[in-house]
Design a binder for this molecule. Structure first.
Ligand code: ARG
Length: 279
């Protein structure tokens, strides 16, 4: 039974961006209130704790420098989607983040990726999550449906489109976590998700494909609990998502609570600050 399956940590390679220029100077999601003061030093300390937790648990973290005037660059999940040495670049929905596109593409080129420059609006791993061999793809607020076709053609992977309907959960990675980054041939990965963030058709697809999924409650969703990163054993997650942590423990995962409350002022959490690098 899934509940007692032994969990195994797999070494991950992540791209992160220290929030040296973090602030909230515009609003492009409901969490962002430019009138609320931000504390950049606190954002850096919280971010550093996530970085150090990854490194202590054996993961490789690479860094991209934050450019002044691009406060959302800390959310590297939006910087692209990588697989098999290919980096499919981002094309942001809002002009405020467009300056990040070239910086991420340059980073991928400098680090040996085959870069695919997108024609379609997409926000990288914010909306594309690899589940086994399949890419779960979000649309509704940021990435376009056309980008779902584009990433499928670029990567050769099956793409499962999902529609988000709650503006607080505007990226797929705010409403769904893939818990097993590596699965044996033919096995399915465990996912967790917030059912209310999806339309009926998407809920039906998720129920059919992932009958063993962890369904997370509203409080944990509100605490940005689904915006988590997992190595297959350790799940880096908001400390306020208590119910979700209990569900994870029941399934044999080990929650690693990381408080990123300052970065939540920009509408981001653990996963937003983490981009998987699949060489
Ligand atoms: N302020 C950023 C935006 O609205 C937050 C991005 C969060 N990233 C994520 N992968 N969910 O674009």
């Amino acid at each position: 039974m899934a509940a007692t399956a032994p969990r195994v940590a797999h070494r991950r390679s992540y791209l992160m961006c220290r929030p040296d220029h973090f602030t909230v100077s515009y609003s492009i999601n409901p969490w962002m209130q430019p009138s609320t003061p931000t504390d950049t030093a606190r954002a850096v300390r919280q971010w550093q704790a996530l970085h150090d937790a990854y490194v202590e648990l054996g993961h490789e973290v690479q860094l991209i420098d934050q450019a002044p005037g691009l406060p959302d660059m800390v959310y590297t999940a939006n910087g692209g989607f990588t697989i098999d040495g290919i980096a499919y670049g981002p094309k942001f929905r809002f002009a405020e983040r467009a300056g990040e596109e070239e910086l991420f593409l340059d980073w991928f080129v400098a680090h040996g990726f085959d870069v695919a420059v997108p024609a379609e609006i997409n926000e990288g791993e914010g909306d594309f999550l690899l589940a086994g061999d399949t890419i779960l793809a979000g649309a509704g607020f940021r990435s376009s449906k056309a980008s779902h076709r584009e990433i499928g053609a670029t990567t050769g992977r099956e793409v499962v489109p999902l529609t988000l309907i709650d503006s607080r959960f505007y990226h797929l990675d705010t409403a769904l976590t893939v818990l097993d980054p590596v699965v044996e041939d033919g096995a399915t990965t465990t996912i967790a998700y917030l059912p209310t963030a999806f339309d009926d058709a998407s809920r039906a697809v998720l129920a059919e494909r992932f009958p063993d999924a962890i369904r997370v409650g509203a409080d944990d969703g509100d605490a940005f609990g689904l915006n988590a990163a997992s190595d297959g054993l350790h799940v880096f997650v908001s400390p306020r998502a208590r119910g979700f942590q209990a569900q994870l423990r029941e399934r044999g995962y080990q929650p690693v609570p990381i408080d990123l409350s300052e970065l939540l002022l920009g509408g981001g959490g653990v996963k937003c600050c983490t981009l998987e690098l699949r060489i």
